[in-house]
Design a protein around this ligand. Structure first.
Ligand code: GDP
Ligand code: MG
Length: 272
């Protein structure tokens, strides 16, 4: 695949260059300016594929795609948009995947299935989060200190996050900490993990429970899960999930079902 760089057993100049490109200053700071090929010895390094679930995001897409750093490829999963989202994405060089089944999970999973890079990131394409901050989340993957990295949303304005959604997310994160022991504070949609490992998790939800099921399965599989702050700004255009009654209802229903399954499984594993 174009862009692949072979990483030899010794410190590889090419790998270091790639990591410098993907992680920028952050990796330079973390390693005191020395770039080393530590965790991926003998494997092929790729660019990073970024999955953008997309439903009518024509107003946000130009800014979102223009903010992708070099080395990050956009996969925009169009899920029945009635605006010009697909055309805008294609015009900006993104891979456009058409997913006829509605639902955030359908779109996210179709993007994962279409991805080819070793690592895959997910990001809303509503301009509420900045793809230029992705390297911050990628860095722990590349240095091998985490298998799943979540962006913890820090609202930049009171308009960024409807109060009900923010409170629900706080309660959910508290329950997840109790259930899994993972120090999580936000089940944020911006995240990064290994493509193959994500496929192996076999996430089944195709609606709003997709990010939660991914988290629960990763935690149960013993993945190291890291959380790093990202800015959360008011979205462009209309919300499809937590800003609507129907979307909120679906999110609560999907997540409650997953949580009660997870609680049941946790009880069973303590009883045995
Ligand atoms: N493809 C697809 N994308 C969706 C669907 N619902 C939401 N999205 C996208 O998923 C992301 C999250 O939805 P959003 O409306 O921002 O939810 P909110 O952050 O809770 O307000 C956005 O990029 C949406 O365009 C859906 O049914 N299909
Ligand atoms: Mg959003």
């Amino acid at each position: 695949m174009a862009g692949n760089i072979k990483c030899s057993g010794k410190r590889s100049r090419h790998a270091a260059e790639l990591r410098a490109r993907l992680c920028g200053d952050i990796l330079g700071q973390a390693n005191n300016g020395k770039l080393a090929c530590s965790s991926r010895i003998g494997r092929v390094l790729d660019v990073i594929d970024v999955v953008f679930p997309c439903l009518d995001e024509a107003t946000a897409l130009p800014w979102v795609l223009d903010r992708l750093p070099a080395g990050y490829r956009a996969i925009v999963v169009d899920n029945g948009s009635r605006d010009a989202s697909a055309q805008i994405a294609a015009d900006r060089g993104a891979t456009v995947v058409t997913e006829p089944r509605r639902g955030f999970g359908s779109a996210a999973h179709a993007g994962l299935a279409a991805a080819q890079a070793d690592w895959v990131a997910f990001c809303d394409c509503d301009a509420s989060m900045d793809p230029a901050q992705l390297p911050r989340l990628v860095e722990p993957m590349l240095v091998g200190t985490a298998e799943l990295v979540l962006g913890r949303r820090k609202p930049t304005s009171w308009r960024s996050w409807p109060l009900h959604a923010r409170l629900a997310n706080k309660v959910l994160a508290w329950r997840l900490r109790q259930l899994t022991g993972v120090s999580v504070h936000d089940l944020g949609p911006m995240r990064v993990a290994s493509r193959q490992a994500l496929l192996d998790l076999d996430v089944r939800d195709r609606r709003s429970g997709y990010p939660l099921e991914m988290f629960l399965k990763a935690a149960r599989a013993g993945w190291r899960i890291a959380e790093l702050p990202i800015d959360y700004t008011p979205r462009s255009g209309a919300s499809k999930v937590t800003g609507t009654l129907k979307g909120t209802w679906h999110a609560i229903a999907d997540m409650s079902a997953l949580l009660s399954d997870a609680r049941g499984a946790a009880v069973q594993s303590t009883v045995r």
